[in-house]
Design a protein around this ligand. Structure first.
Ligand SMILES: C[C@@](CO)(OP(=O)(O)O)[C@H](O)COP(=O)(O)OP(=O)(O)OC[C@H]1O[C@@H](n2ccc(N)nc2=O)[C@H](O)[C@@H]1O
Ligand SMILES: Nc1ncnc2c1ncn2[C@@H]1O[C@H](COP(=O)(O)OP(=O)(O)O)[C@@H](O)[C@H]1O
Length: 291
């Protein structure tokens, strides 16, 4: 097995939902959403060692998730079954993002696995096919496969790439877990926000429709938001529990990070138009013998 330093690491960036509106509900109970998925330049990293035998193995265990349930394993298996590829893979994981925090780590890991293995196994699926496969794994996977900050509608599968300014964000984890199904199951959740055209987007004219309910059920989230908003415009991402504050430059974000009380952990990241995964793919194609 290769040493960690000899491996080629593929980025798996986080996202923020700069806003999240619930505009309706489908007959199957799923919620119709509008959201701006802002990709970040920070996240996890994955490395892939291709094997001649068809076994898929996660070299790095992930606490609390069995191998078969891990979205990385499931993405690799799905691509293998869909394409009939004969090879296998051993996957190394450098996990940095908190799990289930509304910053999309699991969905992003799935997307990075699909994109990297499509190249390394030489499956030659186009981006559209990879995004469709990704949707089977989760509503947020297609945005990460496309690799562009985007306005998303439906359950997240209708995607319009947008170029928003490269703001800086302080992302803070209040250290609690919020269940996505529980939030969507709340009777008092607002479900009738009027749809907007993405050209109308402005942070101050939008909101996260899940934020109030989550703040009520989890006072730690409300407390964190109250603290952050004192320094900068702030909002919850996804169905929580992470919260972000928006800054025009890195120093301002780091100044507030330095003031964070010890029971909250946060990281500073820049909003990017294009995913670092896309850049990696571009670099790999430019130097085809680097695996
Ligand atoms: C709302 C978002 C925004 O990014 O929240 P976060 O997960 O990031 O916090 C996501 O799209 C979430 O997508 P994902 O995390 O894949 O949700 P899933 O596991 O598929 O859904 C868990 C459950 O939430 C409900 N659900 C999910 C998405 C949706 N548009 N409507 C729903 O009603 C369904 O009951 C579903 O069974
Ligand atoms: N590789 C993975 N990384 C993170 N979470 C994973 C992974 N595989 C499966 N999961 C499961 O998916 C859930 C959602 O993960 P994640 O995408 O990080 O959060 P969110 O959907 O809240 O943004 C986690 O709570 C975890 O149980």
């Amino acid at each position: 097995m290769a040493r960690k330093t000899d491996l080629m690491w593929w980025p798996s960036p986080a996202k923020l939902n700069l806003f999240l509106h619930i505009t309706g509900r489908y007959p199957n109970g799923y919620h119709q959403l509008q959201s701006l998925f802002q990709l970040l330049d920070a996240g996890d990293q994955l490395a892939f060692e291709i094997t001649p035998a068809p076994t898929i193995k996660l070299v790095t265990p992930m606490a609390g998730i069995s191998e078969q349930d891990n979205l990385i394993y499931r993405a690799a298996r799905l691509l293998q079954q869909h394409t009939g590829v004969a090879q296998g893979v051993a996957i190394h994981i450098d996990k940095q993002l908190p799990m289930g925090g509304g910053i999309g780590g699991g969905s992003s890991n799935a997307a990075t696995t699909l994109v990297a293995l499509n190249h390394l196994w030489q499956c030659n699926l186009d981006e559209q096919s990879l995004a469709e496969l990704g949707l089977q794994l989760g509503a947020d996977v297609p945005v990460f496969v496309r690799g562009h900050t985007a306005f998303a509608e439906g359950v997240g599968e209708q995607i319009t790439p947008v170029d928003v300014a490269g703001d800086w964000y302080l992302v803070v984890n209040p250290g609690i877990h919020v269940s996505t199904p529980a939030v969507f199951g709340e009777p008092d959740l607002p479900r009738d926000t009027a749809p907007i055209a993405w050209q109308e987007y402005a942070f101050e004219k939008t909101r996260n429709d899940c934020q109030q309910i989550v703040g009520k059920r989890h006072p730690e989230v409300a407390k964190l938001l109250q603290w952050l908003v004192h320094y900068a415009p702030s909002r919850m991402t996804g169905t929580g529990a992470c919260v972000f504050a928006t800054f025009s430059n890195e120093d301002a974000a780091r100044n507030v990070q330095a003031k964070l009380p010890a029971h909250w952990t946060g990281f500073v990241a820049r909003g990017v138009a294009q995913s670092p995964l896309k850049q990696q793919l571009h670099d790999v194609y430019a130097a085809p013998d680097r695996h």
